[in-house]
Design a protein around this ligand. Structure first.
Ligand SMILES: *Cc1c(COP(=O)(O)O)cnc(C)c1O
Length: 386
């Protein structure tokens, strides 16, 4: 029997090789493990890649989102619009500041926020919006920017899925005032845990620099460096402990170099899936603007439950029996106990998100997948649904 046929295909795997391993070992040997020269280098290279003025490394995407909305002045009682179809991190950071999310239902094709719903739901109390570029496909940023202008909303983009990703020829990270990336282990580039906030605004960057490390004012540090003893610092705010250590940046530097190469491989896999699944009772991901770059962080199929005999959960079980890991993106926020009870939601408050959730299955899509693996996933889907 072929040994390969017994190998399991996990849902996600980071693409790490000797580049990252050697850099981490060198970092360990250097004796400098926390934020230092490698983090600085990673920030500089990230800023250069996106052609932005400031890139601020943090220890998670969640930390980055928290710092970004804090820097924009979101405070108690403010409202912040975001997608109901996202990971809870996008919304929990709003609660950290005692502000409230305004959930927006999604477009059933892209699973990005439906901009017509957005316009219905925002008012004068809404201070910001966090669009989520679901799966790595850019949101309709022109419509979002128009709504933001009309209602004076600040935009913080959740780009946890979206590198490399573009909208009308512009890279995500270069469009909005402030954009946040995640380097969690499953994300398009991974450092295990980690994140990056990018902005062209000096003011936002300065605030984040202070708040990500205990509220210590680095400006004073720099200004008086020559005359101040090196043990001296001043705390000007009750800041957070959100800095990225060099050990993580060591990985990030090399992941960033391969960001386009990784995306190319994922796009190839997406194209193979698209072609293989054309006649099956499922909907493949819909691309709105083919000239845009899709990061292909996720490949989400939607089962046509009316045409098949099994449920979505049974489909996932059958894939697992065949050794293939899958996932579901996302369980919409309004049906989670916390969000449901906090705001008194019922499942049908966001009917599109609920319906998409009931049909959604995320298939493996990552650069480490071999051709054999892709074929095996395709065969499994066809066997179960064919
Ligand atoms: C992963 C993810 C985050 C959080 O990123 P972390 O680095 O894990 O904190 C935020 N938003 C979305 C949409 C995500 O998928």
């Amino acid at each position: 029997m072929n040994k390969k046929s017994h190998t399991k295909i996990p849902f996600a795997l980071p693409d790490i090789n000797n580049d990252e391993i050697n850099e981490v070992v060198a970092c360990l040997k250097s004796g400098w493990l926390t934020t230092g020269p490698l983090t600085k280098k990673f920030e500089e290279q990230f800023a250069a890649y996106l052609n932005v003025k400031h890139a601020l490394a943090v220890n998670s995407g969640t930390a980055g989102l928290h710092l970004a909305i804090e820097a924009l002045g979101i405070k108690k009682g403010d409202k912040v619009a975001t997608s109901v179809y996202t990971f809870t991190a996008t919304s929990e950071v709003i609660r950290y500041l005692q502000a409230d999310p305004v959930f927006i239902d999604i477009d059933p094709e892209t699973l990005n926020i439906d901009t017509s719903h957005l316009i219905q739901k925002i008012d004068k109390t809404t201070k910001a919006i966090i669009p989520v570029h679901f799966a790595g496909q850019a949101c309709e940023m022109d419509a979002i920017a128009a709504a933001a202008k009309q209602f004076d909303l600040k935009i913080v983009e959740d780009a946890a899925h979206a590198i490399p990703c573009s909208y009308k020829g512009k890279k995500i990270g270069k469009i909005g005032k402030c954009t946040v990336f995640s380097f969690y282990v499953t994300k398009p580039i991974a450092t295990g845990e980690g994140g990056m906030v990018v902005t062209d605004s000096e003011q936002i960057a300065d605030r984040i620099r202070v708040m990500r490390l205990h509220g210590i004012n680095r400006d004073i540090w720099n200004r008086y460096r020559d005359s101040t003893p090196n043990w001296y610092y001043e705390v000007i705010e009750p800041g957070y402990k959100y800095n990225m250590p060099d050990l993580m940046a060591a990985i990030g530097i090399h992941q960033l170099k391969k960001v386009n190469q990784f995306q190319k491989r994922r796009q190839m896999i997406a194209e193979q899936y698209d072609e293989a699944f054309t006649n099956l009772p499922l909907k493949t991901p819909v691309i709105v603007n083919p000239e845009d770059r899709h990061a292909w962080h996720l490949y989400v199929i939607q089962l046509e439950l009316e045409r098949i005999q099994i449920s979505r959960d049974e489909f996932i079980e059958k894939m697992a029996e065949k050794g293939i890991g899958t996932s579901v993106h996302f369980i919409p926020l309004h049906i989670h106990p916390y969000w449901r009870d906090q705001y008194g939601f019922s499942p049908n408050d966001f009917p599109v998100a609920l319906d998409c959730y009931r049909r959604a299955v995320s298939l493996p899509i990552y650069s480490k997948m071999q051709n054999d693996d892709v074929d095996k996933v395709i065969k499994a889907v066809k066997d179960i649904l064919g």
